[in-house]
Design a protein around this ligand. Structure first.
Ligand SMILES: [Fe+2]
Length: 343
C-alpha cells in the first residue's frame, strides 16, 4: 500500500473564477450548420476503432518550468499527441450538437462565451465511455506521469465552442501587428490537478491557439495547441497559463476533460471555484461530495488497518504520525467546507 503523503508541500495557488457568479445560458445561437453537419450514424465507443494514440514528441517537466516539487507529478505539460480517430471525433460532435444536449447543457461565462458542460452518460454515452475507458485512462495517465481518473462526471468534457458569427474576431486579428498574441482567456490556474484538451475542429487554416505558460520567474513559454484529434495534457492546477486566441477558420471546438489522482493517498487540491458558476450546482456538489467522501473512506480504512496491525505487532503508538494523518484529513474536510457554499 502506498504511504500517505506526509512530506510538506508548497501551498497550492489560489484559483480565480469567472466574474459570472451563477449558471447563465448564452444569448447567442449555435449556428445551424454546426448542428446539421454533426449528424452521423451512432456507434458505440470501441478503442480499436476510435483510438489513435501516439506518445507526445516531448513532455515538459515541472523542473524545466521552475516548479520542481509542486503538484502531484513530475510532468508539467505535453506537446500535442494523436489520441482519437476522425470517426471518434464525429461521434463526439454528434453528441455535443444533439437537440437534448443543446437544450440542457449550454453555459456562458466571462471566460468563455459558449460552452457545453455536464452532458452525462445518458445524453453522451460515446463521450463518457471514451473518457472512462481503461485504454484512454492508461494513455492519459502515461502522459501525465501519474495515474488519473476524471475529476467528476460533470467534468467529462467541458466543450468550448467559438465560431465566426461576426467579423469581430477576424477584425481583431487584422489590427494586431502579429495577430498571434491575443489572449482568449486571462492568466489563470485550473480548478483540477490535470486537464486534457482535445481538439475537435480542423485547425489547418488557423493561427494562434497555443497555450502560454508563465514560469515563477515571469518568463513565458508557449506550447503548441492541439490540432484535430490530438490532445495536450497539462497540470493546470499548478501552472499559471493562458490560451492564445486562435484566428481564422470557421469554428474552433475544444474538449477539456478534468482529472484528479486515482489513488486516494495522493493529495487532491481540487477546488470548485472555476466550475461553480458554469454548472448545475446540485449535480456538481453531489458528485464532488461523493468522490471526496470515497477518498476519505479509503484513507480511514487504510489507517485503521495500519493501527490494528501495529497493535498486533506490539509496536508503540506513533503520536507524530497519527497527528499528521489527522491534520491532513482535517484540511481535506475544511477544503470541502470552503467549496460547498451557497451561491
Ligand atoms: Fe485552464
Amino acid at each position: 500500500m502506498a504511504p500517505i503523503a506526509v512530506e510538506p508541500s508548497p501551498a497550492p495557488p489560489t484559483v480565480v473564477g469567472p466574474t459570472t457568479k451563477k449558471a447563465t445560458r448564452p444569448t447567442n445561437q449555435i449556428p445551424q450548420y454546426l448542428i446539421e453537419e454533426a449528424r452521423v450514424q451512432k456507434e458505440p465507443f470501441n478503442p480499436q476503432r476510435h483510438l489513435n494514440f501516439q506518445p507526445p514528441s516531448k513532455i515538459h517537466t515541472m523542473k524545466e518550468i521552475g516548479l520542481e516539487g509542486h503538484g502531484i507529478s513530475l510532468n508539467a505539460v505535453s506537446e500535442p499527441f494523436p489520441l482519437f480517430t476522425e470517426d471518434a471525433i464525429k461521434q463526439i460532435r454528434a453528441e455535443i450538437f444533439s437537440e437534448p444536449v443543446l437544450q440542457k447543457c449550454q453555459y456562458t461565462s466571462s471566460f468563455t462565451k459558449n460552452m457545453i458542460r455536464g452532458m452525462g452518460h445518458e445524453l453522451a454515452p460515446f463521450t463518457y465511455n471514451a473518457w472512462y475507458s481503461a485504454e484512454v485512462l492508461a494513455r492519459i495517465s502515461e502522459v501525465a506521469g501519474v495515474e488519473l481518473v476524471p475529476s467528476m462526471d460533470y467534468e467529462v468534457a467541458n466543450i468550448n465552442i467559438s465560431f465566426n458569427d461576426s467579423s469581430e474576431e477576424l477584425a481583431q486579428g487584422a489590427d494586431s501587428p502579429n495577430g498571434d498574441d491575443l489572449p482568449a482567456v486571462a492568466w489563470h490556474y485550473d480548478s483540477f490537478p490535470f486537464v486534457c484538451v482535445t481538439m475537435l475542429s480542423d485547425c489547418t487554416e488557423m493561427i494562434g491557439g497555443e497555450t502560454a505558460l508563465r514560469k515563477p520567474n515571469g518568463e513565458v513559454m508557449k506550447v503548441r495547441g492541439p490540432s484535430m484529434g490530438t490532445a495536450v495534457v497539462m497540470q493546470g492546477r499548478y501552472i499559471e497559463h493562458q490560451a492564445i486566441k486562435a484566428l481564422g477558420g470557421r469554428e474552433r471546438i475544444s474538449m477539456v476533460t478534468a482529472f484528479r489522482p486515482k489513488s486516494p493517498f495522493i493529495k487532491d487540491e481540487s477546488v470548485l471555484t472555476g466550475v461553480r458558476p458554469i454548472s448545475n450546482i446540485s449535480e456538481t456538489y453531489t458528485q464532488y461530495t461523493i468522490y471526496r467522501l470515497e477518498v476519505l473512506e479509503e484513507r480511514l480504512r487504510a489507517r485503521l488497518k495500519m493501527e490494528r496491525r501495529r497493535e498486533v505487532a506490539k509496536h508503540d503508538f506513533d503520536l507524530a504520525s497519527a497527528k499528521s494523518f489527522l491534520m491532513e484529513q482535517k484540511q481535506f474536510l475544511e477544503s470541502m467546507l470552503t467549496e460547498l457554499v451557497e451561491i
